[in-house]
Design a binder for this molecule. Structure first.
Ligand code: CDP
Ligand code: CDP
Length: 218
């Protein structure tokens, strides 16, 4: 399936990857891979079982056997719809911790490749362009200032009924950026050939148009 076009969208937390990926996919009629959800699902399952977030072997087993299903924008763990539970900051932070473990990343590798289906795929995460789909037709590194990203995450959490305070969010954002950029395996960085898109002063729709314009010329 290496001929099927892939657009990768990598970037730091709350830069708008998920939002832009879904809108671009909708416009092109492509599939979506929310790779962060796989790390979040593994983290959620581990938190519920009380697995130590440093127990690489046990976490890789959980990732390998993840009973995850993606059904029209909803995410299921077994029969439970966990779309909402996955968005909690606690789960995002735990996901970022376990994502630094090589065996966990290895366990999720094949699962991610399987999302490449005709007519095309938009994949968002941290290492879509660098590790998972290095041959992607178009690679985007989506970013925004820390202030813009904290503001977006704040509004998003409040809108979904989660508690949020700006100070805590800023602290989370910094520690997550730090961890994601400085880990030994698949650190967050622009892929070779990636277009860098700073959306600090852009709406999500403007970012979508920019990506589609690059895709037309890719
Ligand atoms: O996936 P990622 O964590 O990068 O971001 P997201 O979950 O898509 O969340 C970004 C939030 O900021 C959403 O509520 C978007 O509506 C909003 N937003 C955006 O995505 N892009 C902009 N240029 C401006 C706002
Ligand atoms: O929405 P947000 O950007 O905050 O997070 P996410 O994309 O759902 O990812 C949660 C965590 O999973 C990130 O902080 C990363 O540590 C990890 N992750 C990763 O390592 N590689 C990916 N391709 C996607 C996510």
């Amino acid at each position: 399936n290496s001929h099927i076009p892939v657009i990768t969208i990598d970037g730091p937390t709350a830069s708008g990857k998920g939002t832009v990926a879904h809108k671009v996919a909708e416009r092109l009629g492509f599939h979506v891979l929310d790779s962060g959800a796989l790390y979040r699902l593994t983290a959620l399952a581990a938190l519920r079982r009380g697995t130590e977030l440093s127990d690489e072997h046990a976490l890789a087993k959980i990732a390998e056997r993840l009973p995850a299903k993606f059904v029209g924008g909803e995410i299921f763990l077994g029969t439970e719809n966990v779309g909402h539970a996955l968005r909690a900051e606690e789960v995002g932070n735990a996901a970022s911790k376990i994502a630094a473990l090589p065996a966990v990343r290895q366990a999720l590798y094949g699962l991610q490749l399987a999302f490449r289906e005709a007519p095309g795929l938009v994949a968002d995460g941290r290492d879509m362009g660098t590790v998972i789909f290095p041959g992607a037709k178009l690679k985007i590194f989506l970013t925004a200032s820390v202030a813009a990203r904290a503001e977006r995450r704040y509004k998003q959490l409040i809108g979904k009924g989660f508690p949020a305070n700006m100070e805590g969010l800023l602290a989370d954002l910094h520690s997550r950026d730090e961890r994601d950029m400085n880990r030994a395996v698949a650190p967050l960085k622009p892929a070779e050939g990636a277009h860098i898109l700073d959306t600090s002063d852009m709406t999500a729709d403007q970012a979508v148009e920019a990506v589609l314009e690059w895709y037309r010329h890719a």
